[in-house]
Design a protein around this ligand. Structure first.
Ligand SMILES: C[S@@+](CC[C@H](N)C(=O)[O-])C[C@H]1O[C@@H](n2cnc3c(N)ncnc32)[C@H](O)[C@@H]1O
Length: 350
């Protein structure tokens, strides 16, 4: 079997299918998406899956939490021996550096988490014995993914460590900090983790930088920036949690986030105002067009219908209205519900 296996938020399979279909068409690959709403995954069947995968880097995909190369689909697995058919379905010439046994993030598949855990303990030694898995975890070798769809059905897939999410199910495990003013803090933490690579996080997010947070209350995003040592001007008519001011890094202005502008250019602007996505995209573009910030992370709320089309439209309008060369990445994060989070950064900033 040839294809891509991608995970997504349950309910967003049509958007992911549309995204993969469009990617394939744009890059000259033929294939079709096999999917069912609510399952939390999409298989994109394609003869040139490897080439399509290379043309669709994981960090550039919006609705895929994970992107893998599908190698086999196993049905009617015998619960007394699921291992033998897996071993024989694996390519003999590939040695894996790690094993993830998982299941899609859907209501129907969640009960499979116990099976996934115990099966991983049984499969790991069998793979090592067959010479298919390295003795210790290795990042320079592909990762084997076993994705249980049902107790008797599993998808086998390969994850390229440099081009896939490093977390099981494609979900980073972030813990809510006791000091965080809101759960939204996790969203910005996840955005920084998923939308920037290690090097970008180090270079672009440095103590002493200045940021604005539009729609800041009660202060989760402001808190994340402040903990990274940034000075934050928090814009919101609502109140911020008082302990944010202890650091001396936070200033609160009660103002309209769509009208306020900084007196001098800032390093960062983040925006979590819940508004019409096109209105947000236009205002974000104006920030870049006017040179008010060099980097931004903002949310775009998705409509109930035509969500893929609206996503494409908003991102296109944002890019063209900004009028400057931008690095642009967007993703529906684990902590995003009916929205996506966008990272934009000036190319060759000062
Ligand atoms: C989802 S909450 C933000 C949560 C925040 N990011 C956090 O981490 O705690 C949205 C906020 O946007 C604010 N907001 C909405 N429209 C606004 C506007 N035009 N100007 C300023 N703030 C606005 C609301 O008052 C609300 O506090």
């Amino acid at each position: 079997m040839n294809g891509l296996l991608c995970y997504c938020r349950a309910g967003f399979e049509p958007e992911l299918a549309a995204e993969l279909t469009e990617r394939a068409a744009q890059t000259g690959h033929t294939g079709y998406a096999r999917t069912e709403r609510g399952t939390g995954y999409v298989v994109f069947a394609c003869d040139s899956a490897q080439a399509l995968s290379q043309a669709s880097p994981w960090r550039e995909l919006i609705f895929a939490r994970q992107k893998l190369l599908l190698i086999a689909e196993l049905r009617d697995l015998d619960p007394r021996d699921r291992i033998a058919p897996m071993l024989s379905a694996l390519p003999a010439d590939v040695k894996f550096g790690d094993l993830f046994v998982e299941h899609p993030d859907s209501d129907a598949a969640k009960p499979l988490s116990g099976l996934a855990r115990s099966f991983a303990n049984a499969l790991r030694p069998a793979l090592r014995k067959a010479g298919l898995l390295s003795a210790g975890e290795r990042n320079d070798l592909p990762r084997l993914h076993v994705c249980f769809i049902a107790g008797d059905q599993a998808l086998l897939a390969i994850g390229e460590p440099s081009d896939s999410a490093p977390w099981p199910l494609g979900i980073p495990r972030l813990r809510m900090h006791a000091d965080a003013p809101s759960r939204s803090a996790l969203k910005l933490e996840e955005a920084l983790l998923c939308l920037l690579d290690d090097d970008e996080r180090q270079r672009l997010l440095q103590p002493g930088m200045r940021a604005a947070d539009l729609g800041a209350a009660p202060g989760g995003w402001t808190w994340v920036l402040m903990r990274n040592g940034l000075h934050v001007t928090a814009i919101d008519n609502g109140p911020l949690r008082p302990h944010l001011f202890d650091s001396g890094l936070v200033e609160h202005l009660r103002a309209d986030g769509f009208a306020w502008q900084p007196q001098r250019p800032l390093d960062w602007m983040v925006c979590d105002m819940v508004e019409q996505p096109r209105r947000v995209a236009a205002r974000m573009a104006q920030w870049f067009g006017e040179g008010w910030c060099r980097h931004a992370i903002f949310n775009l709320k998705l409509p109930m219908k035509r969500r893929w089309q609206e996503t494409v439209l908003c991102l296109q309008e944002f890019s063209s209205q900004a009028g400057k060369p931008l690095l642009l990445r967007a993703r529906q994060l684990y902590h995003d519900r009916e929205e996506i989070t966008v990272f934009a950064s000036l190319r060759n900033p000062r």
